[in-house]
Structure formats: C-alpha cells, structure tokens
Design a protein around this ligand. Structure first.
Ligand SMILES: Nc1ncnc2c1ncn2[C@@H]1O[C@H](COP(=O)(O)OP(=O)(O)OP(=O)(O)O)[C@@H](O)[C@H]1O
Ligand SMILES: [Mg+2]
Length: 335
C-alpha cells in the first residue's frame, strides 16, 4: 500500500504545471495561426493587386487589339476597293484588246482579200506571157515561168489565210456526208506518189479494215489528208517509207500518216497546230508558211473529230505519226 505523507510538496502553477503548458502551447499555436493568417491576408492582397494589374493589362491589350483589328479592317476594305478598281480596269483593257484583235483580224482579212484581185490579174498576165503568144527570149521566158509559179504559190497562201480566217470566225460550216475513207486514202496516195519532188518515197497502205465510211465534207477532208501527206513527203528523208493507216479507235475512224524524218521535239508538238508556227530547224531547211496544220485542226474540229501527233514513233527513236479522227458513218456514200 502506498503511504501518504502529509508533508509532500504541493504542485506549483508554472512551467512544469500541465495547464500552464497547455495554455502556452495554445497561445503559441494561436500566434502562429495569426501570423499565418496575416501572411495569407498579405498574399491575398498582393495577388489581388497582381490580378488587377493583369486585368488592366488585358484590357489595354484588348483595346490595342481592337484598334489593330479596326485598322486591318480599314486596310482590307481599301485594298478590296483598289483590287475591284484594278479588276474593272483590266476587264476594260481586255475588252479593248479584244476589239483591237478583232479589228486587226478584220483588217488583215480585208487586206488579204483585196490582194486576191490584183494577184489574179498578175497571174493572168504572167500566164499569157509564159505561153506562146509573144516571141520572147528563152531566158526572159524562164524568168516569167518562175514569176508565174511564185504567184500561184502566193495566191494559194492568200486562199489559205482567208479560209483559216473564215473558219476562226465561225462562218465556216461543213456539210458532212457519208464518204469512203479507204478509197480516198488510196486515191490520195496514187496522186501524191507522182509529186514527191524528186524524193524516192515508198508508200505503204495498212488498212486495219477493208471498208471505212466516215461523215465528212469530201473536199475539206481530201485537203486535210493531202496536207498531212505533203508534210510527210516534205519532212521525210529520201529513200524512206511513208505509212498510211486507217482503222477504228474509240468508235471513231482514225487515219494516220507516218514518215521517218527527225523526231519533233516535245515542246513543239502542241504548238505546230497553231497558225504560222514552224519548228525552227525545219523553217531553216524547208519552205512553208505554217498554215497547213492549222487548216487541218480547224477543219477536223468542225467535223467533231480531233488531230494529233506522236513523235518519235516506237519502236524507233525518230519519225512522226500525224493522225486525225472522224465520226463513223453507218451508210456508204450515195453513188
Ligand atoms: N510530217 C512531219 N514530220 C515532221 N515535222 C512536221 C511534219 N508535219 C509538220 N511538221 C512540223 O510542223 C510545222 C507546221 O506544219 P505546217 O504544215 O502547219 O506548216 P509548214 O509545212 O511549215 O508550211 P505549210 O503551211 O506550207 O504547210 C512544220 O513547219 C514542221 O516543223
Ligand atoms: Mg505543211
């Protein structure tokens, strides 16, 4: 049993008193919390200030942005007006150029047309002189014959320019009728073999079909074929072959003329069908006007067909194959 001594010392209130310790601890914690609270309040105030600053800056940026937007809008509007004015200007100029082009073509047509009469008169006179009506020295007659030949060429050129001009102004109308393409190629081949200008040319006809009827205007198609053949002869080397083909391709008749001269450079292939366009190397070597293929293109297009060239011709690395297509005719021509 524990003994209770009366003279045991009483517990003092102080550092080692538990209540006092509790209070101290409580006060110290309270102080800490108060300090933390003040710190937080300070932080809140500083954050608020920062936020206010940011909001003020944002508002300023917004104002700047709005100003910039307004300036941009203004500039876009000004530029749009400028562009619209420039467009109207360009359209007016385009119209003017078209008018100039049309009147230039009309003028050229008129001049070329008016050349026909005096040229025909010169031709008639030269024709008379080169005949036997006058007693002329042989050398003078030779000169007159040359002049007559050149005048005939000039008249042909005049006719060609007038025809092309008519075709371009849509006045040109074709009256397609059934025609025998195999027969026309054979006939043209016989005629052309007589006019090779001294070149030794072998013609080979390779029809893929025995009969081929097309819808075409006979004299126009004959002229197209003769143009292709003339070119083939002109641009072929001597002692070479010209191959003529007829067949059916995509429900259209296709007529091809191949010669074995130099290949036509790719960059010229689209342009050789343009008026007056000639490959430079050929223009230096051969005479010509650059109108033949233009006539062919316009004439075939007027029939609803197409023209084209393939060069070089496989399997060789040279040569050119010119071809045109025409609508097929179900019926043969009327006799
Ligand atoms: N069969 C061909 N082989 C190689 N080049 C060709 C052939 N046919 C045409 N060309 C090229 O295309 C160009 C244009 O031909 P196009 O028939 O229009 O005019 P041209 O023969 O020069 O003169 P022309 O108006 O007297 O016929 C020619 O100058 C030539 O360079
Ligand atoms: Mg030609």
């Amino acid at each position: 049993m524990t003994e209770i001594h009366k003279d045991q010392p009483k517990k003092k209130l102080g550092a080692d008193c538990p209540e006092s310790a509790c209070r101290d601890q409580f006060e110290s914690t309270l102080k800490k919390y108060e300090a933390r609270l003040r710190q937080l309040q300070l932080e809140i105030v500083s954050r608020r200030e920062e936020n206010e600053k940011i909001v003020a800056e944002n508002l300023k940026h917004n104002d700047e942005l709005r100003d910039l937007n307004e300036a941009l809008d203004q500039k876009v509007q000004e530029r749009t007006i400028e562009l619209e004015l420039a467009k109207t200007d360009a359209e007016a100029q385009n119209e003017k150029l078209k008018e100039i082009g049309t009147s230039k073509e009309a003028l050229m047509h008129m001049v070329v047309h008016d050349m026909k009469n005096p040229l025909t008169a010169i031709l008639g006179t030269l024709g008379l002189c080169r005949g036997n009506r006058f007693q002329l020295a042989a050398d003078v007659k030779g000169l007159l014959v040359d002049a007559h030949v050149q005048s005939v060429k000039l008249l042909c050129m005049v006719e060609e320019i007038l025809t092309i001009s008519r075709m371009q102004s849509k006045e040109f109308e074709v009256k397609p009728e059934p025609m025998d393409m195999v027969g026309l190629v054979q006939q043209s081949m016989s005629m052309m073999s007589l006019t090779t200008g001294g070149k030794k040319i072998f013609f080979r006809f390779e029809p893929a079909v025995t009969e081929l009827y097309v819808l075409g205007d006979y004299p126009t198609i004959e002229r197209v074929l003769n143009n292709f053949m003339n070119n083939a002869i002109k641009y072929a080397p001597s002692e070479s072959e010209i191959v003529l083909e007829v067949g059916i391709q995509d429900n259209m008749a296709e007529i091809g003329v191949t010669n074995w001269g130099d290949a036509i450079p790719m960059e010229h292939q689209d342009r050789i069908f343009d008026q007056f366009y000639r490959v430079k190397a050929d223009a230096a070597k051969y005479s010509g006007t650059g109108l033949g293929l233009t006539f062919c293109r316009l004439a075939i297009h007027a029939h609803g067909g197409s023209v084209g060239v393939q060069s070089p011709v496989p399997p060789k690395d040279h040569g050119a194959k010119f071809f045109f297509t025409l609508p097929l005719s179900a019926k043969p021509p009327e006799v």
